[in-house]
Design a protein around this ligand. Sequence first.
Ligand code: 13P
Length: 249
Amino acid sequence: MRKRIVAGNWKMNTLLKDGMELAKAVEKLEKEKTSDALMIIAPPYTHLSRIKELIQGVKLSAQNCSSAEEGAYTGEVSPDMLKSVGVEYVILGHSERRAYYGEDNELLNRKTKLALSKGLKPIFCCGEVLEEREGGKLFDVIREQITVGLKDLSIEDMAKVVIAYEPVWAIGTGVVASPEQAQEMHKFIRGLLVELFNDEVADNMTILYGGSCKPSNAAELFANPDVDGGLIGGASLKAEDFLGIVNAY
Ligand code: 13P
């Protein structure tokens, strides 16, 4: 069976003290969860090493990493540095990175390959903007993001990748994708993985939904056969809401 995951992307929120409190609260609630979903948190870089010491059942992710291994890249954080503080996962290709920092599919492919080679598990994000959906281009956009972003990955690499479908129009807007819209795209992505890799990769791939997911709408999203969990923004900043989403399974 595919691994179910609920991951919290804290984005650029919380100061260290608040982040440590939040991580402690999430770790405590993890012991009370009624579903088998794996809980992951992705705090800001500055908090990672301190938070690592506070969590056990909850797993640790970064929100980004460099495409370079080491050297003169001011302001960058390498996959090895993340590994050295106990990070296990890394979110790559979030739409905010694509939109505000010009990260394109080729760069994301380099980041994904480097992260994997250093033992990190990428949570690879894809998603269309509203005009692309309304213009009927949504499947072409997702096809391109995944085909180029995950190009040349081996079958073994793919077993370590998680995909997150996050329609950009649903992120932070309160407008959640309908269960039908989510299922339609997740099914498309799984079909694409058959085409690009094989049946086993497609069957085993955890595909998360992200975008205005809350305790009140998570159950109907997660009820879909191809939705294997969520990548949560705003609602992951409150431990109880985050647990509410996990328990929606
Ligand atoms: P919201 O849950 O705040 O819409 O954000 C989703 C997201 O971008 C997670 O990566």
